[in-house]
Design a protein around this ligand. Structure first.
Ligand SMILES: [Zn+2]
Length: 225
């Protein structure tokens, strides 16, 4: 059996469809990989269709966020009423089409952790119910392991500082040193690394070390008063 790389180095992800070239309609030659329900956080659960396309040596995964009444309808109707669709992942082709779809599904699901998570499997055929359960289960086990490893670094200077500043740090699960904390004065969360003692907020485009986190909190408090 040829070696299958679950984390291909040439993998490209555009999970939130930020690139205009990926924000296009699912091509007609993309086949259904699976239909699943995804949890968007809180109580929002919607159906999502994932499509797979093998083209010119590349594997692509396409996602379409569907309306609640879309499942069961013909594909054209589902896509015509989709909230959002586009190419979310691609990499060099590997193995069978099912293997290629599973690799990209795993990468997509891992990258969306913390924002979007599979809630239920509806139908295949390319990603089967057992493959879906196995991949989601493996990712959940990995996230749990990372959280426990991060917990062991809860005395890292930047984590201790974030706690002292009331930013409610908690292990994120993305890696053994990834933490979330409240972005000071904002309603979103920033990321902290307990191994490098650095923080960063992708929304605010700020980053820095322990002292800079303390300074940011101070600066935002002053801006509000
Ligand atoms: Zn922020």
């Amino acid at each position: 059996m040829p070696y299958i790389d679950l984390h291909p180095h040439d993998l490209e992800l555009d999970v939130w469809l930020k690139q205009p070239e990926n924000r296009v309609d699912v091509p007609g030659d993309a086949e259904l990989a699976c239909l699943q329900d995804i949890n968007l956080g809180a109580v929002d659960v919607i159906p999502e269709a994932l499509f797979f396309r093998r083209h010119a040596g590349q594997d692509e995964l396409w996602a379409a966020a569907l309306s609640h009444d879309a499942p069961g309808k013909p594909r054209e109707d589902q896509l015509a009423t989709a909230y959002k669709q586009g190419r979310v992942a691609c990499a060099d082709s590997q193995g069978t089409r099912a293997t290629g779809a599973e690799i990209l599904f795993r990468a997509l699901t891992a990258a969306r952790h913390g924002h979007v998570w599979p809630e239920a499997f509806r139908e295949g055929p390319l990603i089967t119910e057992s493959a879906h359960r196995r991949i989601v289960g493996e990712l959940e086990a990995e996230i749990d392991r990372h959280r426990r490893e991060a917990e062991a670094q809860s005395q890292a200077p930047i984590i201790a500082m974030a706690r002292k500043l009331g930013l409610r740090p908690e292990p994120a699960g993305a890696s053994p040193s990834a933490w979330y904390a409240d972005c000071p004065g904002k309603s979103h969360r920033l990321m902290i690394s307990s191994s490098s003692n650095q923080f960063g907020c992708g929304y605010c485009r700020v980053k820095g070390d322990t002292a800079e986190l303390e300074a940011l909190v101070k600066q935002r408090k002053e801006a509000r008063s």
